[in-house]
Design a binder for this molecule. Sequence first.
Ligand code: ARG
Length: 460
Amino acid sequence: MAKAWGGRFNQDTDPRVEAFTESISFDRRLYEVDVRGSQAHATMLASVGLITQEERDQICSTLNEIKAEIKAGDFEFKAALEDIHMHIESALIARIGDTGRKLHTARSRNDQVSTDLRLYVRDAIDTLDELLLECQRSFVDRCDRDADVILPGYTHLQRAQPVKAAHYWLAYCEKFQRDRDRLADCRKRVNVSPLGAAALAGTSLPIDRDMTAKLLNFASVAGNSLDVSSDRDYLAEFVFCMSLISAHLSTWCEEWIIWFTTEFNFIQLPDAYTTGSSIMPQKRNPDVLELMRGKTARVMAAVPQVLILLKSLPMAYNRDLQEDKLALFDAFDTVKACLELTPAIVSGAELKREQITARLEDGFLDATALMEYLIKKGVPMRTGHGTVGQLVAKCEQTKSRLKDLSLAELQEACELIQQDVYEVLGTENAMKALQSYGSGGEKPVADRVAHWKSALKSST
Ligand code: ARG
């Protein structure tokens, strides 16, 4: 098959080289953005007089036909045509001849692929933002449902201090909000038009780069053709953004996998999102959460993959860059699939109130509240820490709880302790005693629930 670049070649390409160099097997998904970019380019070419208005119209309508065929699965892809850009261009030429041959005027596949990728990533960012918002909503929606539940908070996975269950839900909201903010920031670097950089140096033809940028809704035009031809910084940033989303999801998965164990027994996962064992009839496994946790590996691996690809590449375009899409698409598909499943699992799960409450007084969740009580009575923090430590040790020996100690026993440890100590002892009291901004206590959590309800309402 004659190649678009075949003018100076005497030998046909070795079929193994065709198979080795093709990217159509993975970049065909760029067809929609490729057509969008080409239509903007053709419109600009007509406006500066490099093609006629009729030629522009014919190019644009034929590109629409090609797009529809690809979408419908009626388009033939072949390795000999390398990539999506060549496929679409050669289909255009096959249909409209010389007019089709004019589309690539003042353009190279180098600025074309960069334009396509930026358009694709911009859409991908918007998709992820929507999905993250849905995840946030699913957690906020749980807050009222679980308003009566107190959960142990952990450090080192050891019981630490009690918090409202909603405090956990809103913690994920915060994480996802940072993910959304990071994506929005990354979007600024994505949203710059490379179109018109041509191969690497720009062009002697009278193109209008502002016009194509505007037509494609880019916020600005890249100021250096060499730089932008080689620039994939925005991809490195985007995959990093996705890897943090994955990190957050994996924390949530891990937590709920643990909570779903018989040992913890905090949560019931919805049947539709758990699976059984082929040999052990009693099993219900949190496979979906485990796979989300596991898939984090490939999303995170995309970060070094892109960085290593970019390391030491000379300017401007190098074919190495074709590999960027593999990391990008795999990470994006994976994160998207995870985020699509998350809201249903979040809202379908039930906290096992009875089981949680039954063990809520275990683990001295009120020890810190008691220490802070002592501080309020004038005891130096370190002294109070030691005093409560001794009381905990005593309780461990007698298999009792701090709130079971008599006032006399407590006063033996510290004479400043009075009857009002029982207002902070016990898990519920200890939770209620938390009052600093952002803490897990009754009032601060209620304030943040109100904040998130209104923040998420207005962000659509
Ligand atoms: N398929 C190529 C890529 O993904 C398109 C650019 C090819 N440019 C070139 N000069 N061979 O990077």
